[in-house]
Design a protein around this ligand. Structure first.
Ligand code: GLN
Length: 528
């Protein structure tokens, strides 16, 4: 790392493996696996022109994809990728692409192969398979190589795939028919490590400790000696880590704004103040805007309308408060901190089909257009688990680092139907009890997200010989790795009993408690 390079983006500072995405649902996993052994990797769409690459990779991986290389209009890699003179690994579609380029020996297989297979290593000397024995791999393909591509040899085979792995006889070009990036390929990570570390000679220096150092320098250089930055904080891990990083880089020239929309959890505002302001020393402005939000939500029951009103009111309040913050030198605020993470970037650049025009810019919503601010996104290269380790290094308390996600519209979408102050109070109190018990039973970190929703129906109950007619609380707790699919968490009966009894006894206005046992899909995590 030279002094000049240290102020550059990650792909110029760290040895980078480039993943060219052909649209596989597993492409992002390739990057995650590489980073697990501290090799930095980034993804770009397969349509990327090599002459326009923003960095020079130390190796290239061609991902899988849903197309067939022999189809008309199928996506193909820019042939200049081979002029980079770096090792290339093709995975599934990526390997078929290598075969197509070198002799067109790809066709439809007799049957689709999906699921586990056992790989038999034929060429023990191949560096890619160093330390890999005959173990289970994961297949997902219809097409197959009909012949060995020109200049290649067979490295491994399975019962159904005679060319489960191939390698060029002279150049460092390799192909795998199976998916080393999924955990069902038991030794897949060793293969990826062999490729990245032994073959590409990538430096294993991608650690959050190294990232902090280079990122702080980069922010300082980008913002310059006087400009100032604002950003919204929510009390969640991403915005807190972003804010603390800015504080480390430019001190009080970063202004954090926390908007209390009246739809936050119990004690939230007090906790945020304590942690960010007193604890982390972040220059924080707290705005109490609950009345404004609740006033606008009066009479509104449609979930989409509620979300829109909450989102727009947020922008409104944020802009108003931001306008009052004046940099010391009398100029205007120049930058807006945005907590974009790498999955958002992947989503916006991943290859979605030959006819689709690639959107390269992440949509950041209404804020920027109105405010004429330049965007600063210090977390844009990071996955969530990386943000968490970064947070730990930055001294952010564990409680906050491991916090469940909380939606922007907050309790506003957990009170079904009209959102009134009294309804918010019921949902908030019930939620507090639920989470308190989850923590007391040591279950918080096993659950990905948990909350209470208040249903707009009344139900009959009996309390002390008196008939009651009150509302229903629905508890939801889910387990998931990516929030794309989720399953409900299996609590002990005694736990649910205790929570139900506490909520009915301690929260006025609740006659009944239910537990949501629907997975996602078909249900969503939130109720609205
Ligand atoms: N579409 C190709 C096939 O069916 C590649 C599949 C993949 O990359 N997973 O073989």
């Amino acid at each position: 790392m030279s002094a000049i390079e240290e102020t550059a983006p990650a792909h110029q500072v760290f040895d980078t493996i480039l993943v060219l995405d052909f649209g596989s649902q597993y492409s992002h996993l390739i990057i995650r696996r590489l980073r697990e052994f501290n090799v930095y990797a980034e993804m770009l769409p397969c349509t990327q022109k090599i002459s326009e690459l923003p960095f020079k990779p130390v190796g290239v991986i061609l991902s899988g994809g849903p197309y067939s290389v022999y189809e008309e209009g199928a996506p193909h890699v820019d042939p200049a990728v081979f002029d980079l003179n770096v090792p290339v690994l093709g995975i599934c579609y990526g390997m078929q692409e290598l075969a197509w380029i070198n002799g067109k020996g790809v066709g439809r297989g007799l049957k689709r192969e999906y699921g586990p297979a056992v790989v038999n290593v034929v060429d023990e000397a191949c560096e890619l398979f160093k330390g890999v024995n005959n173990s289970q791999v994961w297949m997902s393909h219809n097409d197959k190589l009909t012949a060995l591509p020109n200049g290649f040899k067979t490295v491994a085979e399975t019962g159904n795939s005679p060319y489960a792995s191939i390698a060029h006889t002279e150049k460092p070009i390799f192909g795998l028919q199976f998916h080393p990036e999924v955990t069902h390929s038991l030794q897949g990570k060793i293969l990826l490590k062999n490729f990245a570390v032994s073959i590409c000679k990538a430096n294993q220096n991608w650690t959050m400790a190294n990232f902090i150092e280079t990122e702080i320098k980069r922010i300082r250089q980008l913002v310059g000696p006087t400009a100032e930055v604002i950003g919204a904080v929510s009390g969640g891990v991403d915005s807190t880590v972003g804010a603390k990083l800015m504080k480390e880089a430019i001190g009080d020239r970063f202004h954090a704004i926390y908007v209390d929309n009246g739809l936050m959890r119990k004690n939230e505002t007090v906790t945020v103040k304590k942690t960010l302001d007193e604890g982390l020393g972040i220059n924080l402005t707290v705005v109490e805007a609950g009345d404004e939000f609740l006033g606008k939500l009066k009479g509104i029951t449609d979930p989409e309308k509620k979300r829109k009103i909450i989102g727009n009111t947020f922008i409104h309040v944020f802009e108003r408060v931001a306008a009052e913050i004046k940099p010391k030198d009398g100029s205007d605020i120049e930058y807006l901190l945005q907590g974009t993470l790498y999955p958002d970037v992947i989503e916006s650049i991943s290859f979605k089909g030959p006819s689709q025009t690639i959107k390269t810019h992440h949509n950041v919503g209404g804020l920027l257009e109105d405010m004429k601010l330049k965007l600063i996104e210090p977390l844009r290269e990071l996955f969530k688990d990386e943000v968490r380790s970064l947070g730990k290094i930055l001294g952010i308390p564990d409680e906050l680092v491991w916090r469940h996600p909380f939606p922007g519209p907050g309790i506003g979408i957990r009170v079904l139907g009209e959102v009134t102050p009294s309804q918010v109070k019921i949902a908030r109190e019930a939620d507090y009890i639920f989470i308190e018990e989850i923590k007391a039973h040591g279950l918080y970190n096993q659950i990905s997200q948990a909350f209470a929703a208040l249903l707009p129906v009344k139900s009959v109950g009996v309390v002390g010989d008196q008939r009651t007619y009150e509302q229903v609380i629905a508890l939801r707790a889910i387990e998931t790795t990516d929030f794309m699919t989720a399953d409900w968490f299996v609590f002990e009966a005694a736990f649910l009993k205790k929570v139900a009894s506490r909520i009915v006894n301690e929260v006025d206005g609740v006659a009944r408690v239910t537990y949501d046992i629907t997975s996602k899909p078909p249900a969503t995590v939130e109720w609205e």
